[in-house]
Every structure is written in C-alpha cells, then in structure tokens.
Design a protein around this ligand. Structure first.
Ligand SMILES: CC(=O)N[C@H]1[C@@H](OP(=O)(O)OP(=O)(O)OC[C@H]2O[C@@H](n3ccc(=O)[nH]c3=O)[C@H](O)[C@@H]2O)O[C@H](CO)[C@@H](O)[C@@H]1O[C@H](C)C(=O)N[C@@H](C)C(=O)N[C@H](CCC(=O)O)C(=O)O
Ligand SMILES: Nc1ncnc2c1ncn2[C@@H]1O[C@H](COP(=O)(O)OP(=O)(O)OP(=O)(O)O)[C@@H](O)[C@H]1O
Ligand SMILES: N[C@H](CCC[C@H](N)C(=O)O)C(=O)O
Ligand SMILES: [Mg+2]
Length: 490
C-alpha cells in the first residue's frame, strides 16, 4: 500500500508514493519496507528510536510535528501520533466485523463481552469477543496480553477475524486504551458503560480524568447514531448519558433505576444460580441464570442491551440468557472442601470488586466468609489499604498474600494492605496462603480466592512463573480431602 493511501485526508506526507509493507510503533519490530510510528510514550520517547528503526529498514516515519528524519525516509508529521497511528492501522488492515460492540467500566468488561458473544452465538451468529481473556471466536487467532491491545495488533486482529467469518465482535475498551487512542477508528455500533470505581489512579491521577477517558468511548469512538448502554445505578450515570445524547446515541439504560432495561429483582436460587425479573420497555421477563453472584445480573443486562442495540430482538435475547456460562476465573467454583465449603476463584483486583464479591457470597455462608487476596505491583498503590479495609469489614477471615508483585518488593505491598488494621493474616507465598485457607475451612464457610482469576502466571520481577489459582486450589482440595470441579486429570 502507498503511504498516501494510509494517511488522514488533511495530512501531508513527504514521499507519499513510498510503498509500505507494514506498520509498527516498536523499533525492535521494524522489518524492511515498514513505517515506524515514533510515539512519545509514558516511559520512553519513540523519536529516540528513529535511527534504529531506519537502520532496520523503515522507509517511512510517522512522528510529532517538527521531527527531522534522515534523508530519503518518507515522513508524515502530526500533532497527535497515537490517533494518527490507529487510523493508519485501520486503513492498512481494512476488514473488520460488520458489527462491533465495545464495553468500558472499572469492573465487568470481560464478563459483559463474553456474555454478549454467548448471546450472539446462541442466536446463530458468527461472533467473537476480545479483551483480557484474549480472543474467543472463529479462527485460531492470538491476541497480545492487554485488555485493549495496541492499534496495530487490534486492526490486524479485526481484519483476521473478519476474514475468519466473524460478523459480530464484542470488545473491551480499557481506560488506558481509550486514553492512548488504541480504539480510534473502530466506530462500534453499540457501546456500554458498566461502572466507575477506584482503579488506575496512578495513571489517570484523578477520578475525573479516569472518567473522561471512559467518556471518550461515548463522546468520540462510538459510531454516530449508535446505541449507548449505560448503568443507571452508577453515580456517574448522568455524565455518560450527557455524552451519549450529544452525539446523539440512543440510550438503553439498565439497572434498578433504569427506564429502558429495568432490573426488578434478582434472587439466588437454592442449589445455585439466580432467578431474575426484568422489564424491557415495560414488558416483563423472568429467567434463570446459571451464574454465581447477584452482581452478574448487571453484567447480563449490559450484554442484553448491547445485543439489542446491535439489532437482536429482545425476546430472542431473553431466550438465550439461561444458557450463559460463567466466565473463566470470575466466581468460578473449583471445588468443595472436606467440610462442604465452596471454593471460588475470582478476578476481584479493585476495592469495589472485592466488596461486591464478598457481599455476593455472604448469603451462601452459614458460617464464615473467608478470602485470600493481594494487590498487584506497579499499579495504583492507593487501592491497597482500601482493599485491606474491605476485607476486614466484609470477610470473617482474610489472608493477605502476593498477587503479581512485578518490579515491587512483595513484602512492602503486603505491608500497605496490612496497614488497614489488625486482624488480617499475612502469608506471602500464594500457594501456601491458598493451602492454609482451604485446610482451615469449616462447614458453612465459603472461600473466595481473589485477584488473579484466569491468570496462569505470577509476575515476579521480570519473570512470569507458572501459577494458576484454580490449579493450586484444586491441589490443596485434594490434599485436604475435598472434591474438585473442572481442571485436568490431577
Ligand atoms: C502504561 C501503558 O499503558 N503503557 C502502554 C503504552 O506504552 P507507551 O506507548 O507509553 O510506551 P513507552 O514504553 O513509553 O515507549 C514509547 C514508544 O517507544 C517505543 N520503543 C521503546 C523501546 C524501544 O527499544 N523501541 C521503541 O520503539 C515503544 O514501542 C513506544 O511506542 O502503549 C503500549 C502499546 O499500546 C502498551 O504496550 C503499553 O502497555 C504496558 C505494557 C502496560 O503494562 N499497560 C497496562 C497498564 C495497560 O495498558 N493496562 C490496560 C488496563 C487494564 C484494565 O482494564 O484494568 C489494558 O488495556 O490492558
Ligand atoms: N458489575 C460488576 N460490579 C462490580 N464488580 C464486578 C462486576 N462484574 C464483575 N465484578 C468483579 O470484577 C472482577 C473482574 O471482572 P471482569 O473481568 O469482568 O472485569 P474487567 O472490567 O474486564 O476487569 P479488567 O479491568 O481487569 O479488564 C470480577 O471477578 C468480580 O470480582
Ligand atoms: N488489567 C488489570 C489486571 C490486574 C490483575 C491483578 N492480578 C494485578 O496484577 O494487579 C491491570 O493490569 O491493572
Ligand atoms: Mg477485562
């Protein structure tokens, strides 16, 4: 493809006829004939790597206005490199599923995109989801590790998904991704907002800046005249509705306070699952869900709103809901202790998520709610004492352990959690913490192992050691005479 075909209409290029064989923002990935996007980043400045990229064969550079490049190299100058890069990537990889839905919010995104995909599949559509759990859908496509991947990888994936026959795709829009223009040029037909609570303040600085990043999905990214699915029970509801109406997007609000998709009641059923009553535009529907935790009703309604916004009939969507399967590592029961206590693995890694899941299991505990949790390193430190306080308040027995320490000292992370107050038990080694919790479970207890969910590695320093809470918990259940659900042959 020629450079001129890739750039924005109002942009100018020196060397517009140059043939481009690929695009990357990483000098280490440059191959001969590629365009290198020099992104001023959060840690490094991509402009410093232009000589390296050119030496590796880059024939064109996309860079901030005023950048000088070696003679003979084509140049596109732009005031905002990340957005321009995303739009170029969308032209380089032109195919994408005809219907894209995107979800933002502090918690629930992975759950909502999975439920949306499952609803579509039940309706007979070729559907996929993309996010923290990677790509799930037709074609054997691999997604890099982030919740919202970089724009080049994203557009390559969307192109591959479309070529694999995917017509409907639900994707997660993280606040980092929105802030860094990873989604520019996607134009989802329907967008959803789940909730906004404490997370990532290390990156965004304030809750208002964090909200503004999420609002971008509604104010800028969504396709004009699309649908906005908004949680009416969030205290940030008005901001999202205002942004949607400005575009304008048609609003489908959901939740207990909603007008369009109203949650009437959600009750845990004896023997597991939930019974849910809703009203969609005044029409009542009741259905069962094979999911644990009443908060799941909100995620299911968000998925329902997206499916309806993308053209499905409400009746067909309701009929699909009883078939929804739990998302891996989200309230996933991995077994039962010798004394009969359920053991759940969950991905709660924010204060609100931890509070939500501990409250959600309370009705199932005739005796104690027990939890094992930690906090990730190189992430918002202010979450740590907040999560400690919640564990003290909502659990009867809480063990503080390591999550992914990354570059930080694990003991120092634990100390910041333990500062919440006396009563928390410290066991740094995560496997030992899980084992101790399971060994100590009595009849009537419920254990929630929180924070790592589906993850299969523990990031310590620069290394990723194999670690899966579900496998570790199953091994402990075996060792202590419990029974396991799922997993390998062990
Ligand atoms: C803090 C952050 O979000 N960083 C992301 C960001 O990096 P950056 O652009 O700021 O990169 P940088 O390290 O400053 O480098 C600047 C530029 O120099 C380039 N470079 C650098 C070195 C070199 O040798 N050559 C070279 O060309 C880099 O490729 C980059 O283009 O953009 C990169 C490309 O999109 C991301 O891979 C990277 O994610 C890092 C790995 C990360 O850990 N991100 C996390 C925090 C994240 O994004 N999480 C969200 C939220 C999850 C949630 O919902 O809770 C997610 O979407 O997963
Ligand atoms: N609607 C909700 N409200 C509050 N907490 C929730 C909700 N849905 C899920 N959670 C909690 O948040 C955890 C993460 O859920 P999920 O993976 O769906 O969220 P996410 O937004 O994709 O997270 P991430 O930011 O890591 O991508 C769950 O394991 C559960 O503890
Ligand atoms: N998307 C989240 C995941 C956190 C998972 C938790 N296990 C941790 O490592 O903090 C983040 O990158 O902040
Ligand atoms: Mg996610």
């Amino acid at each position: 493809m020629r450079l001129i075909e890739l750039i924005d209409r109002d942009a100018t290029a020196i060397g517009g006829d140059t043939r481009i064989t690929g695009i990357t923002a990483d000098s280490r990935a440059v191959r001969p004939g590629m365009l290198f996007a020099a992104v001023p980043g959060t840690v490094r400045d991509g402009r410093d790597f232009i000589p390296e990229a050119v030496a590796a064969g880059a024939v064109a550079v996309l860079a901030p206005t005023g950048t000088v490049v070696p003679a003979g190299v084509a140049l596109v100058e732009t005031p905002e490199v990340r957005g321009a890069l995303a739009r170029m990537a969308s032209r380089f990889y032109p195919k994408r599923p005809g219907v894209i839905a995107a979800v933002t919010g502090t918690n629930g995104k992975s759950s909502v995109v999975s439920f949306t995909r499952q609803i579509w599949v039940r309706l007979g559509l070729a559907a996929a989801s993309l996010g923290t759990l990677g790509y799930d859908g037709p074609g054997d496509l691999a997604a890099p590790g982030l919740t919202t991947v970089d724009p080049v990888a994203l557009h390559r994936l969307l192109d591959q998904a479309a070529r694999a026959g995917v017509g409907h795709l639900a994707m997660e829009a993280s606040s980092h991704g929105l802030d860094q223009h990873r989604l520019d040029g996607i134009a989802p037909v329907a967008v959803a907002f789940t909730n906004l609570t404490h997370d990532h303040l290390d990156y965004h600085g304030t809750i208002e800046a964090y909200r503004d990043a999420k609002l971008k999905l509604f104010a800028e990214i969504a396709a004009p005249a699309g649908y906005a699915v908004i949680n009416a029970d969030s205290s940030h509801y008005d901001h999202f509705v205002r942004a949607a109406l400005k575009r304008p997007l048609a609003v489908i609000d959901y939740g207990r306070k909603a007008r369009v998709l109203r949650l009437v009641s959600v009750e845990p059923m004896t023997g597991g699952g939930l019974h849910v009553a809703i009203e969609y535009r005044g029409q009542r529907h009741e259905f069962g869900l094979g999911l644990t935790g009443s908060f799941q009703a909100h995620n299911v309604l968000a998925a329902m709103g997206l499916a309806i916004g993308c053209g499905a009939s409400p009746e067909a969507v309701v009929a699909a809901l009883p078939y929804l399967k739990a998302v891996p590592g989200r309230m996933e029961q991995v077994g039962t202790s010798a004394a009969g206590a359920p053991v759940l693995v969950d991905y709660a890694h924010t204060p609100d998520a931890l509070e939500t899941v501990l409250k959600a299991v309370r009705p199932h505990a005739h005796d104690r709610v027990v939890t094992v949790f930690g906090c990730g390193g190189d992430r918002d430190r202010t979450k740590r004492p907040a999560m400690g306080k919640i564990a003290l308040r909502e659990a009867d027995h809480a063990i503080v352990t390591d999550d992914n320490p990354r570059s930080e000292d694990p003991a120092a992370i634990r100390a910041e959690i333990l500062a919440a107050g006396p009563g928390l038990v410290e066991i740094g080694d995560r496997a030992a913490a899980i084992d101790a919790a399971i060994a100590g479970l009595g009849a009537g207890d419920v254990l929630v192992i929180a924070g790592k969910g589906h993850e299969t590695g523990q990031k310590i320093g620069d290394r990723v050691l194999p670690f899966d809470d579900r496998e570790v918990a199953r091994a402990a259940l075996h060792a202590h005479g419990g029974t396991v659900i799922g997993g390998g042959a062990a």
